[in-house]
Ligand binder design. Sequence first.
Ligand code: ZN
Length: 196
Amino acid sequence: MIEIPARKGKAARVRRGQRVKVINSKGQQVVDTWAFNAEDLGEFMSMEHSRIAIGHIIPAVGDALVTNRRRPILTLVEDTSGGIHDTLFAACDRWRYELLGCTEYHDNCTDNLWAALGELGVAPQETPAPLNLFMNIPVIDGNRVEIRPPVSTPGSHVTLRAEMDCILAFSACPQDMVPINGLAMRPTEAQFELLD
Ligand SMILES: [Zn+2]
């Protein structure tokens, strides 16, 4: 079991066919998730390409998420979290917190991605839109989006299968100014486990 520390990121190399179980330890933590082709970081899991590939905005068990070159990279194979995730919102970044009124540095998922990949000695070419696991962004009346607390419960998880050798990165979202990580607005750690 590998910890994604509260407010921080963690990355890992994953081989094709391996599965990764992402566990919402405390139940209310959003985990931003990225996947990059291990051979070429210019190819990465893309939410906009995935939405057309799967035909809806929230991936369900059996759905293969695809890259910006429209090749499957991760398949959602198990989900005990209630099935609510987000593919619409960009990763949080320093500018998001500045807009919310933050005057000092605030941990953010974008910096967490770059730091986590840096620990593996690689750098992305850009910050792709993440798969926001456990994040609850309903589309109201087919258009308006709203931020709501996760519906996931402590210890619930999703399992993703790698469809190519890839580098996965996770960020335990440090958002504590809106209730994206629960009404208490207290970011926590999460965990992941690599399975053969
Ligand atoms: Zn975030």
